[in-house]
Design a protein around this ligand. Sequence first.
Ligand code: SAM
Ligand code: MG
Length: 214
Amino acid sequence: TQSTRPQRLLGAVQKNATRGDPRSVVQAIDQFCRQKEWAMNVGDEKGCILDSVVSEVNPATVLELGTYCGYSTVRIASLLPPHAKLITLEFNPDFAAIARQVIAWAGLEDKVHLVEGASGDWIPKMTEQFGVKTFDLVFLDHWKDRYLPDTMLMEECGLLRKGSILLADNVICPGTPDYLEYVRSSPRYESQYFKSHLEYTKVEDGLEKSVFLG
Ligand code: SAM
Ligand code: MG
């Protein structure tokens, strides 16, 4: 029978990772993607930068745009302080179904709220549906042409406070030129580039960390 890449990735987690051990889940996925099949997870190299930002911000509320198989979700959720909450959005139901199982394998289902649907539909409903006033940290890693409109939507909806951090993946490869131009030139942001490589390759890519100044 045919299987999909996300299903094979889940299989690698179930075979090689220990239930309840997020690090082993991350490792099993990285090993699968380096040795078997490339996949669009933030990956181990940029993942270390993601980890350090999460640890530094120590957020109580996190929004992730683009869950895919839950790799970055597991990285982020495993570093959150007690009672912190991560909302992650994914509009592909097949990916969401895999991510739920990956997150559960890591033992992190209590920290993560996986919401199925499009970012543009859900961002305006965050306060009403989930009681979130503002996000301390937002990880942008969905389709690249959505970074800028969704950032402007989060601003309009009052979901960013002075000091909220936006961390954007793939700002070089595939690239998000309109978003980069916006956060780098707007007086409402203080922005910094972290140079790295596209997941599981030697191609340049990086993360852009932007502080919302209010
Ligand atoms: N953050 C994940 C990780 O590092 O493990 C990888 C996410 S992958 C690069 C991007 C995901 O965003 C895809 O699964 C895609 O289906 C989803 N996506 C793209 N545009 C979206 C949108 N507007 N709303 C919700 N999900 C979206
Ligand atoms: Mg990415």
